[in-house]
Design a protein around this ligand. Structure first.
Ligand code: SAM
Length: 273
């Protein structure tokens, strides 16, 4: 039966064979890989991936598409996890885990943040995303695209844009251009580590919530002048000027004593990363 694409599930199906081949080539799956595809849809990537791995896991929210996949592939080769990838526990699949998918664009940022909480279990991730999102992920400081997404993901991953994909590669064609990005988790050794990652996430979120303000104003009441000095961060800069290393240094200089502004804030907010 013909499937009518559901906009609420971000369904733009890949139809360009050369794009599909290039993505699968980039992933380069090996037979014994533990590989999970998010949002398999009609199987544009699923079929070619299954030609390379013995077992493939997929997480699909659309009940009809999940049923269609179950009817097409044997369950010992394709394990269909029907449900929302935003709530999926990727730790249940084992490690090292490889993750791939042409992500639904309407939930791509929360999905990236959710998957990033499993960084330690992943060996790499390949995603098709809205091109503008990929640009934000890989942007450097003092550029327009640089923001919370850049800092939070660059803290954990080395990222590389692999190819740009035009709307014509999909049915229905999305209104926006797309790109494929590869993420490789950074080893803990040899990179600046936040002593308290939730504090780091809060500092980044707060700073970029007011990206036009100086850090002194954006983080006012939360970071003291002395802490800026200790972190060697100029409080007259804006969030967009600060490198990941500087954000880490700043958060490592904060005192999160119970009852402090950061302590209460930390208890209230869960940033996921
Ligand atoms: N992989 C297919 C392709 O390349 O043609 C489909 C990609 S389509 C852009 C996104 C897919 O993700 C759809 O199959 C959609 O039903 C599914 N999806 C949407 N939201 C989801 C979610 N929260 N969790 C899991 N799958 C989701």
């Amino acid at each position: 039966m013909r499937h009518v694409p559901r906009r609420r599930f971000g369904q733009n199906f890949l139809v360009d064979r050369s794009v599909i081949a290039r993505i699968v080539e980039a992933i380069d799956p090996k037979p014994d890989d533990t590989l999970v595809e998010i949002g398999p849809g009609l199987g544009a990537l699923t079929g070619p991936l299954l030609e390379r791995v013995r077992v493939l896991h997929v997480v699909e929210l659309d009940r009809d598409l999940a049923a269609r996949l179950r009817a097409t592939y044997p369950s010992e080769r394709l394990v269909v996890h029907e449900g929302d990838a935003l709530n999926f526990d990727f730790a249940t699949l084992g490690a090292p885990l490889r993750v791939a998918g042409n992500l639904p664009y309407n939930v791509s940022t929360p999905l990236l943040f959710h998957v990033a909480t499993y960084t330690g279990r992943c060996s790499d991730l390949h995603f098709m995303l809205q091109r503008e999102v990929v640009e934000r992920m890989i942007a450097g400081p003092s550029t327009r695209a640089y923001g919370r997404l850049s800092v939070m993901l660059q803290y954990r991953f080395r990222m590389e844009r692999l190819l740009n994909v035009p709307p014509s590669a999909f049915r229905p064609a999305p209104k926006v251009a797309s790109a494929v990005v590869k993420l490789v988790p950074l080893a803990s050794a040899g990179r600046p580590l936040a002593r308290d990652e939730s504090l780091f996430a809060q500092a980044v979120t707060r700073a970029f919530a007011h990206r036009r303000k100086t850090l002194r104003n954006a983080l006012g009441g939360l970071v003291t002048e002395a802490e800026f000095v200790r972190a060697d961060v100029d409080p007259d800069l804006r969030a967009e000027n600060l490198s990941v290393v500087q954000f880490v240094a700043l958060s490592n200089c904060l005192d999160r004593g119970t009852g402090s502004a950061w302590g209460t804030e930390g208890a209230r907010r869960s940033e996921g990363l």
